[in-house]
Ligand binder design. Structure first.
Ligand SMILES: NC(=O)c1ccc[n+]([C@@H]2O[C@H](COP(=O)([O-])OP(=O)(O)OC[C@H]3O[C@@H](n4cnc5c(N)ncnc54)[C@H](O)[C@@H]3O)[C@@H](O)[C@H]2O)c1
Length: 352
């Protein structure tokens, strides 16, 4: 019988209760041994729902438990770095929700802490396991795209500023749609493209709607427009090592015909589109678009947790490593920096 892995949950809000805790429950020989939330009522409610014996309101008390092997950090973005680093220093493996951190400086410190402690740092970027993304990755692995020279990544909402949480706050969320949903699509795109190294970025980041109360809100209702101080649109052109490039388009509000959450890869042998999944190529003297009629289903969040546990047992690697999560955040940082400066900025090479 495998040793039981004991897990702690830091931050027991929506992603913890809807994905992480059910995910751990599905794993064999895994026990959620403790939860922690600064909101004690929320922590107690989660503990009761999932039958967790120990409840804390300070993550340092949870980390002091010697028999905890791993933690999920499911706090708002501003509170990713400190508990993650403390957990790694306490010898725990960590799965931190996306984005890895508020910025690349914090993300780098987290990766270095993992390296020093020789513990696993995984990032909750679950589109790594999306069935369409996995299909494109298989095409890429078979060489069906040839050389990928351009990527178009789009996370565009027409009316989609969340009316809950802290998504309006630069201080707590680090930014708007770029850091919140752009992070997913940039990750998925560069995962399929084989993690090309970004070298320079030119971007804009704009607030055109979020701080107004005369904009139709859409089905999520009105957001906290009075305190809204993050961008609601961000666009960028990212140069990639080897001469290729990636465009990034993200919005919470935009006057567009429909929402888009997809990326395309442009290759010398073929092209791919995430959603709806398609392969564009040449066959028997014709130009073809191939659209799958069936794809293996993938429970993305559950697989992410299962692979984290598998990696702790030494059976597989985690879905998204800290370094991969950091690569996305380096791009996001550079887009915000370029937008602020009004010019292209270089992305320095990184050594962890
Ligand atoms: N992978 C995804 O698709 C996905 C979806 C939603 C949220 N997220 C990420 O998950 C994180 C949390 O988002 P959420 O929607 O669950 O938010 P939430 O507000 O529902 O929950 C966050 C919880 O963390 C608690 N908290 C805050 N600071 C804390 C601290 N220092 N120590 C302990 N607990 C603390 C809050 O009281 C709250 O209960 C964010 O980073 C977000 O980007 C990811």
């Amino acid at each position: 019988m495998a040793k039981t892995i004991k897990v702690g949950i830091i931050g027991t809000g929506s992603i913890a209760q809807n994905q992480h805790m059910p995910g751990y429950r599905k794993c064999k020989d895994v026990e959620i041994a403790a939860v922690c939330d600064v909101n004690e009522t929320a922590a107690k409610a989660a503990a009761e729902k999932f039958n967790v014996p120990k409840v804390f309101s300070d993550y340092r008390d949870l980390l002091a438990l010697r028999d905890i092997d791993a933690v999920s950090v499911c706090t708002p973005n501003k509170f990713h770095a400190a508990p993650t680093i403390a957990a790694l220093q306490a010898g725990k493996h960590v799965m931190v929700e996306k984005p890895i951190a508020m910025n690349a400086k914090e993300g780098l410190a987290m990766c270095r802490a993992a390296k020093k402690a020789r513990r696993i740092l995984a990032v909750g970027l679950h589109f790594r396991y999306d069935e369409n993304v996995l299909a494109l990755k298989r095409y890429a692995d078979e060489g069906a795209f040839g050389e990928i020279y351009f990527i178009r990544a789009q996370a565009l909402r027409r009316r989609g500023i969340p009316s809950w949480g802290v998504f309006y706050s630069k201080e707590l969320n680090g930014g708007g749609p770029l850091i919140d949903i752009g992070v997913h699509i940039i990750y998925a795109a560069i995962f399929v493209a084989g993690f090309p190294e970004p070298t320079a970025v030119s971007g804009i980041s704009l607030t055109k709607f979020g701080n107004r109360n005369d904009v139709l809100p859409g089905s999520w209702g009105m957001w906290n427009w009075k305190e809204y101080n993050v961008e609601d649109n961000a666009f960028a052109f990212v140069r990639l090592e080897g001469g290729g490039a990636m465009s990034v388009e993200t919005s919470f509000v935009a006057n567009i015909p429909e929402e888009v959450f997809s990326f395309q890869v442009f290759g010398t042998k073929g092209g791919g589109r995430m959603s709806p999944a398609a392969y564009m190529g040449e066959q028997a003297g014709t130009l073809v678009n191939v659209q799958p009629v069936w794809l293996p289903k993938s429970e993305a969040h559950a697989r992410e947790i299962a692979d984290f546990i598998g990696a702790i047992r030494g059976e597989c690697r985690v879905g998204v490593t800290g370094e991969e999560g950091l690569k996305v955040t380096r791009i996001i940082d550079a887009i915000y920096e370029s937008a602020k400066l009004g010019r292209e900025v270089k992305i320095p090479k990184l050594k962890i």
